[in-house]
Ligand binder design. Sequence first.
Ligand SMILES: Nc1ncnc2c1ncn2[C@@H]1O[C@H](COP(=O)(O)OP(=O)(O)OP(=O)(O)O)[C@@H](O)[C@H]1O
Length: 551
Amino acid sequence: MDIVEIAKIINSIFSLFIIFETQKILYISDELKELTKYNFKEFDDLHSISENSYFTISNNTYYLRKYVIDKYDLFIFEPIGNFTDTLTKSICLEEIVENLYDGVLLSDRDGKVVIYNKAMEELERKPKNKMIGKYIWDAYGYSDKTKSEHMQVLESGKPIINKYKAHAIYNGKPVYKSYSTYPIIVNNETIGVYSISKDETKLQNLLSEIVELKRNYFSEDNKDRDFFNNGTRFTFSDIIGSSEIMKNLIKEAEALSWLDNSILIVGDTGTGKEVFAQSIHNFGKRRAYPFIGINCSAIPENLLETILFGSVKGAYTGAVDSSGLFEEAGEGTLFLDELNTMPLNMQAKLLRALQEKSARRVGGKENYPLKCRIISAMNEDPYELIESGRLRQDLFYRISGYNLYIPPLIKRGDDIFEISEYYIKKYNRTMNKNVTGIEDSLKTIMKKYSWPGNIRELEHFIENIMVRTIDNEKNLKLENLPDYLKDIIFESQKVDNNSINDLDSLLNQYEKKIIFEALEKNRWNVTKTSKHLNITRQSLIYRMRKHNIKR
Ligand SMILES: Nc1ncnc2c1ncn2[C@@H]1O[C@H](COP(=O)(O)OP(=O)(O)OP(=O)(O)O)[C@@H](O)[C@H]1O
């Protein structure tokens, strides 16, 4: 077969190709001739190309494959779409990177941030303009640039794969991410470093919930275990705080421990609602039975019913015979955390079970009796929830035999430093440090900050400064606060002065004053005062607790 015959065969598969014989054009496909408008000078550079690469003909770039067959050089041109010039392509790539679900951060060989995409902004709660162009160690508040993983990868040329950390706080709760950091190596030189981060917060919350549930699952024969083996970690003696408000609250909770009524604990996120629920369980007569806690907000809506009530094999695709948490709790306590997030139809099912004191597994035919005590918790005002239609009033009455209101950290005076001391000791042990106190300027800031995430946020705060505190430093210092925490704290203190927050606190003061005056007028008779104010008795008691109003 001569080369023309071969060319014809090639032509049945590829339309753009050229064959050289020792640098002389031997054959050009008709389409390639058309494309170059018979200007074969365009191919002069082809001889110098030794392997596959890109090649531009009449302003369009093609992917060029080179094959050497005996004395012939065959070049096949593959069109690669119409975004062929590098500029258009890089614009497209930037657009793609910007819209990825994963966070992308690219720094150049000097350690300056070049790309910080939208997903990254959302994940780290930092605006792009505070990152781009900054040195990465400054952007993340490292005093020493070698602490930045990007710099470590730049230095070593080796990727750091699958790291995991909690790195910010949003609404008082930590945000978790997993990330990997890779070098970009061109001609044996690292010219940049990029990392890809995934938001793992939802998954982490779900996992913690599963771990917690697993921990709480018990076999039948452990009724006489000691109470620390009942799914709890806390007793009243673990609750730190000598403020009057906390001492009274603990006394009140201790008294409730011995009763059988359901309890509703209300308080902001991280105030210690679960700590109280466990302590109540351990102080009362049910302590030999399990304490089962479930966070209603972490469980997907369609799983909640099966998790609470159990399921029977065949009830739905994939259903297995499984007991629900009501059964697992037995004669112990079922703690329903963040009940305010429970969907209304599920609230109706829960109410029915509580009214009938019995429940049925999903797909089951028989009811089983409910013997456990219910302690629920909410981080929103139940009366507002009822008003806005997010909490069924009848369910509220069922679960709130007693109400406990846990005050936010800012209302507990110097408890904040007592609790800080506890966490300093804890992290001294785990980080092998020797911190004994907190410097005054930091204390002032801590006292002024509103702590929306309460104790949980305080722990995260102490941990973050401790990480940055050098080994022989005795005091926690303001300068060791990571930038993102500085931002959050200083921003919030700015906001504290703005009118919206002022309005909130004014309304609160006003409410307190009206209630106090009404109580005085009605000689502190709660029933009469509630009628006078046209609210329910329970609503009045709740508000008296919230504002710490006492005779
Ligand atoms: N008074 C306290 N003394 C010591 N540690 C506390 C105290 N209150 C809370 N904690 C700690 O704070 C963390 C958060 O507490 P907990 O989970 O009980 O809060 P919560 O109000 O139930 O939060 P959420 O509404 O987010 O579920 C716990 O890890 C606990 O160790």
